[in-house]
Structures are given as structure tokens and as C-alpha cells.
Design a protein around this ligand. Structure first.
Ligand SMILES: Nc1ncnc2c1ncn2[C@@H]1O[C@H](COP(=O)(O)OP(=O)(O)O)[C@@H](O)[C@H]1O
Ligand SMILES: [Mg+2]
Length: 354
């Protein structure tokens, strides 16, 4: 496609999006990065007032006015704009407006530079989340240790007491103490266990693991639960701990089945992902495993918290399933993310290969 050359020369080679505007904020020129960012061809942008192309805040409007009226420059961090109408896609950008004069194109009055920061924001948010999760897991682990030790003492003492009791009716009370101590002991054990077992990685097919999970789920929810497979069979094997992976997929898929009361459809999907960054490391190849259900979905405010230990949305839940899944995925240098709305919930587990 033929493109109007830049009156300032060389702008097409820039990675950041650049627009040249006249005094009425009409587009005189858009470089290739701007066309990509704004999802329009340069020719469609030419002559359009900026406010018809994107929907932006009053601050940016003022910055544009100031550039023309007062020759002022402006730099805004994390400026929010929307593509097209007010209900268009939201972009977060760093934005610079520079008053400009140009002999070749005297109508040009300002240069607007836009740099998307969504990727940047997402990465730093992920980093922060991982730090928080590590801190909360550490806290839980220490707490579990502190609770476990005296629990043993309480249980032992209740047992001794039971032997000494003359009245058998009183045993009911010691039994309550013992049973509850056992229950707590069991919970503490589960809080501590993911950090105890060393990983035993070996080469395996992710599909073989998913098939195992599928048959486990079928046993648990017979008849009414449908599990569809959408596998990319060309995927290479990966090196991982089989037991841990089974636990990850099982915990996620079991939640999906429980959310639908065992009635509904779950999809296991596998795909390859190329050139991905996972926790600051770049990988050439990774496997994406999506576990998708058509259940009620997860409210946004709950989504933020559901990976935390002991956070459950079910009356009989322990709130450890996702914590454990996340912990195992992170041990594999992978990531686990969730996207959800009513009728569609997808847990995406990304595991790096090389
Ligand atoms: N696919 C899903 N659909 C709806 N809610 C879900 C889904 N997956 C997880 N959840 C919510 O997240 C909560 C936490 O899950 P989890 O950590 O496994 O703990 P538990 O299953 O013991 O409650 C669940 O109780 C449920 O409310
Ligand atoms: Mg669960």
C-alpha cells in the first residue's frame, strides 16, 4: 500500500506511534506504528480530527490546545484513551505533545507521540502479585508450623485424659478435642506440603496427563459432566513433575465441575505459544493449556483473591486448590491466569518448554 511520506522524514521507522496534527487537531500524517496502534490505515486517518479517531480525556485536550495557543509541550504517563467511540477498546499510553514547525508542511503545528504501556503495566502487576503471594504463603507456612506443634500436645493430652476418665459419657468431649485436632492437623499438613516435596521432573506428554485428569473427573462426576478435548497433537513433550501437573489440572477442572454442580461442559485445550515472557524470562516456546467451563463464572472482586490460601467460595471448600495449583505452576516457571464472565470461565496455564 502506498503511504504518504512523512514531512519530517524517517518517522515511519520509529517504534512509537507518531501523529502530526494541524491547529484544528486534524491528522496531517500518521506513521506506521500509529496506524497499527489506532488500527486504521493512514489514508483513513488523514484529515480526521483526532477526537473522532480516539476518545480522550480533558487533560489531553488541554495539552493539545496549549501546544497550539502557547507553544507548550506536554508529557503524560499512563494516559487512558479509547479507540473510536466512547465504548471502544481502552489503551494505556505514555503520551507526549510537542509544538512543531515544519517548512515542508506549514499546516503541521504539533507532534503527538504515543507509547502503549499495557504490556509494561501487566508485567509489573504480575510481579507485584507474585511477590504478594510469596509473602502470604510464607506467612501461612509459618503460622501452620506454629499451630501444628501445640496441636500435637493438645491431642496427646486429650488422649491421656480419656484414659483417666471414669465416666464414659465424658469421652464424648475428649473425642471432640481429638477429632478437631486431627482435622486441623490435616489442614496444616496440606498447607505445608507443597513446599516439602521436591520436584521430580521428567519428559512427558501433556496430553497423557490431561487424559489421566479426564478419567479421574469422569469417575468423580459420572454421566452429567462432558469433557471435550481440543488438543494440538503436534506439541512437543515437556519436562515436568507428573504428579504436580495432575494436581494442577485436577484442582482447576474440579473447581469448574463443582461450580456447575457436575452438570455442564468443560473443554481441555492445548496450543503452542511462541516468544513468551514468563516471570522476566523469555522463552521461545511454551504450551498453553486452557481449562474452560460454561458455568456461572467468577465475580471480578473474587477473582483477585481466589488464589490466596484459605479463600473459598464454597461452604465446604478449603481454599487450597488454586493456591496449590499456582504454587506448582510457578515451580515449573509457568503462569496461571483466569478470565471469566457468566457462562465462560477459562483458566490458562502456560508452561515453558525452551
Ligand atoms: N471455574 C470456576 N467457576 C466458578 N468459580 C470458581 C471456579 N474456579 C474456582 N472458583 C472459585 O474459587 C474458589 C477457590 O477455589 P480453590 O482454591 O480450589 O478452593 P476450594 O475449591 O476449596 O473452594 C472456589 O471455591 C470457587 O468459588
Ligand atoms: Mg478447589
Amino acid at each position: 500500500m502506498h503511504k504518504t511520506p512523512s514531512p519530517l522524514g524517517g518517522l515511519d521507522y520509529l517504534a512509537s506511534a507518531v501523529l502530526l496534527l494541524d491547529a484544528e487537531r486534524r491528522v496531517c500524517y500518521a506513521n506506521s506504528a500509529a496506524e497499527n496502534l489506532l488500527k486504521s490505515a493512514g489514508r483513513a486517518l488523514l484529515g480526521q480530527a483526532l477526537e473522532t479517531v480516539i476518545h480522550y480525556t480533558a487533560t489531553l485536550q488541554q495539552a493539545l490546545d496549549n501546544a497550539v495557543a502557547n507553544n507548550w509541550s506536554y508529557t503524560g504517563q499512563n494516559v487512558e484513551i479509547r479507540l473510536g467511540k466512547s465504548d471502544g477498546e481502552v489503551l494505556h499510553l505514555n503520551c507526549t505533545v510537542t509544538p512543531t514547525q515544519c517548512d515542508e508542511a506549514p499546516e503541521v503545528r504539533m507532534l503527538v507521540e504515543l507509547q502503549p504501556i499495557d504490556q509494561q503495566l501487566k508485567a509489573s502487576r504480575e510481579e507485584r502479585l507474585i511477590e504478594q503471594q510469596q509473602a502470604s504463603r510464607e506467612l501461612i507456612r509459618n503460622l501452620a508450623h506454629e499451630i501444628k506443634n501445640p496441636l500435637g500436645g493438645i491431642r496427646g493430652a486429650a488422649q491421656l485424659l480419656e484414659h483417666e476418665l471414669g465416666n464414659p459419657a465424658l469421652r464424648e468431649y475428649t473425642q471432640v478435642i481429638i477429632k478437631e485436632a486431627d482435622r486441623l492437623q490435616d489442614l496444616m499438613q496440606r498447607l505445608l506440603s507443597p513446599h516439602r516435596v521436591a520436584m521430580q521432573p521428567r519428559l512427558m506428554s501433556v496430553h497423557e496427563v490431561l487424559e489421566r485428569v479426564r478419567s479421574l473427573l469422569h469417575m468423580e462426576f459420572p454421566e452429567t459432566l462432558a469433557i471435550q478435548r481440543d488438543y494440538d497433537t503436534s506439541l512437543p513433550d515437556l519436562t515436568a513433575d507428573r504428579e504436580q501437573l495432575i494436581q494442577v489440572f485436577l484442582n482447576v477442572a474440579r473447581n469448574a465441575a463443582q461450580a456447575m454442580d457436575g452438570k455442564g461442559e468443560i473443554v481441555f485445550r492445548t496450543r503452542s505459544a511462541r516468544q513468551v515472557t514468563l516471570v522476566k524470562r523469555r522463552f521461545r516456546l511454551a504450551i498453553d493449556i486452557s481449562i474452560i467451563d460454561n458455568g456461572p463464572g467468577i465475580p471480578d472482586d473474587f477473582k483477585e483473591r481466589m488464589f490466596y490460601p484459605l479463600v473459598s467460595g464454597r461452604p465446604d471448600g478449603t481454599g487450597l486448590g488454586l493456591t496449590l495449583a499456582q504454587s506448582f505452576v510457578q515451580q515449573h516457571h509457568g503462569s496461571i491466569e483466569c478470565e471469566s464472565r457468566p457462562g465462560y470461565t477459562c483458566f490458562l496455564i502456560r508452561l515453558p518448554i525452551r
